[in-house]
Design a protein around this ligand. Structure first.
Ligand code: KIV
Ligand code: ZN
Length: 517
């Protein structure tokens, strides 16, 4: 039997802290797709973005707010009147709007970043939380760098925020410095010492710099927190945030020592992970807990023997409980459209008729070149289909002359805004020649910051998956491409990254608001 005291509120910040991660930017459509999934999955609060950061951010928060069916929609705001007004404007159409405002409280931040005294910060808290409460009833206040703030001062800050009307108090481990025992003790101390603490919900927000984000978030529950801020795949600033899927499955699997409940439909976790990985082009580490492709794979003979006898010997949760389907229908060139559609459904994709037709054509091409098409091949193919749907630059054809006698030479046809352009370039190796063609057709100042190749499946006919990161003016975008031909995959990854950069440039040009820090 669960009581309201057992219920842990899941606050997802994939679209805000997650998107802040270098190279993980998402387009407007991608953000809406992610928000829809989070809402359907049972996330209680979706932090949809930082409305003052750009017009693009404002528009996506406003659209998520209009569309969310169940979740509270939050917009982030610094402790600045213009930020709070903009966040209020962005979330106002939500059925359940929230403004999340924050200010630093630690001596390090006050001295070196804010250049403010403790008394000045207390005044800022009163003014900003009051302003936010005049716009919406649901206001979260965060003490940035709470874990490096002396407890006496933190208590005064929290007391001030509650008196000004905050309904949720978040005490973030902004720099990922705390240990679980310290983090639990901080919540306990603040809750014991602040008079109105029992009237608000306390929240944990942990970064993973020391790999402790999930452990710290769970420790916060023991200290009385009842909201956890987390992201799909642990995406986020630097080493990332606490991973939503790990928090949820730890609570679900270890109810004996973690006597809490969340409202998350856990069978949607793998699908959420795949969608986030596809739209951000951030690969999920193979051995990642809960959603990595090896999370339920048993390789050693002893483990396989145990699993055949009884799966509880080596599995503490079932693959089905996180949305991994057991049946693996092998696909090949004789598979028809219905089987392909079923397979996509089992893998968690629902494509519209046109996208399905395009994906099916590409699947047939792949099946002609490859004996067996594995689930991972299909995922890579569909992810690419989703990625290219709105692209301005498209690869039409590529041929490359490579070998021991250089220079290597590439001939490429690209469609740019509907016009087909052909180019021939030399390079120091076939990849260099390929990328030089793209640079000649679409000149751009971006620098190639990462180029990585991996095989999606096994065998010499495996699809190559290539990741490319481009950086321009301190902004980074990452993209993936996949194809049995490594050079085609490389060209696709580069072109997709360039398309993302164009979208980013466009939204920055449209920006008329002062930039957020
Ligand atoms: O890490 C942090 O402190 C934050 C705040 C804005 C809540 O992301
Ligand atoms: Zn954060």
């Amino acid at each position: 039997m669960s009581s309201s005291n057992d219920r842990v509120v899941i606050f997802d910040t994939t679209l805000r802290d997650g998107e802040q991660c270098p190279g993980a930017s998402m387009t407007f459509e991608e953000k809406l797709e992610v928000a829809e999934l989070l809402d359907e999955m049972g996330v209680d609060i979706i932090e949809a973005g930082f409305p003052i950061a750009s017009n693009g951010d404002f528009e996506s928060v406003a659209e998520v707010a209009r569309r969310a069916k169940n979740a509270v929609v939050a917009g982030l705001a610094r402790a600045i009147p213009a930020d709070i007004a903009r966040a209020g404007e962005a979330v106002k159409h939500a059925q359940r709007p929230r403004i999340h405002t924050f200010v630093s409280t630690s001596p390090i931040h006050l001295e070196h970043q804010m250049r403010k005294t403790q008394e000045q910060v207390l005044e800022i808290i009163t003014a900003t939380v009051t302003q936010a409460r005049n716009l919406v009833d649901n206001v979260e206040w965060s003490a940035m760098d709470a874990t490096r703030t002396p407890i006496e001062y933190l208590v005064r800050c929290v007391d001030t925020a509650i008196k000004a009307g905050a309904t949720t108090i978040n005490l973030p481990d902004t720099v990922g410095y705390a240990t679980p025992a310290e983090y639990e003790a901080m919540f306990r101390a603040v809750r014991e010492r602040v008079p109105g603490a029992d009237k608000v919900i306390f929240s944990a927000h942990c970064h993973d710099d020391l790999g402790l984000a999930v452990a710290n978030s769970l420790a916060a529950l023991a200290g009385g927190a009842r909201q956890i801020e987390c992201t799909i795949n642990g995406l986020g600033e630097r080493a990332g945030n606490a991973a939503l899927e790990e928090v949820v499955m730890a609570i679900k699997t270890r109810g004996d020592v973690l006597p809490y409940k969340t409202g998350i439909e856990s069978t949607m976790l793998v699908r959420a992970s795949k969608i986030i990985s596809a739209v951000t082009s951030f690969p999920v580490q193979y051995n990642k807990a809960i959603v990595g492709r090896n999370a339920f794979a048993h390789e050693s003979g002893i483990h396989q023997d145990g699993m055949l006898k009884n799966n509880t010997t080596y599995e503490i949760m079932t693959p089905e409980s996180v949305g991994v389907s057991k049946t693996s229908l092998v696909m090949g060139k004789h598979s028809g459209r219905a089987a392909f559609r079923d397979k996509l459904k089992a893998l968690g994709y629902e494509l519209g008729e046109n996208a399905l037709n395009d994906a099916f054509t590409r699947f047939k091409d792949l099946a002609d070149r490859k004996k067996v098409v594995y689930d991972e091949d299909i995922e890579a193919l569909v992810d690419q289909e989703i990625a290219v749907a709105h692209d301005r630059i498209k690869l039409v054809s590529l041929s490359v002359i490579a070998g021991t006698r250089g220079p290597q030479r590439a001939t490429m046809k690209l469609e740019v805004d509907g016009h087909v352009v052909t180019e021939e370039s030399e390079g120091n190796g076939p990849v260099d020649a390929t990328f030089n063609c793209i640079k000649a057709i679409v000149p751009h100042p971006a620098k190639l910051a990462l180029y990585q190749v991996h095989a999606v499946t096994e065998g010499t006919d495996a699809q190559a998956e290539v990741s490319v990161r481009l950086e321009e003016d301190g902004k980074a975008v990452t993209a993936r491409g996949s194809d049995p031909d490594t050079l085609v995959a490389s060209a696709q990854a580069y072109i997709t990254a360039l398309n993302k950069l164009l979208v980013k440039r466009q939204s920055m040009n449209a920006q008329s608001q002062p930039a957020a820090e």
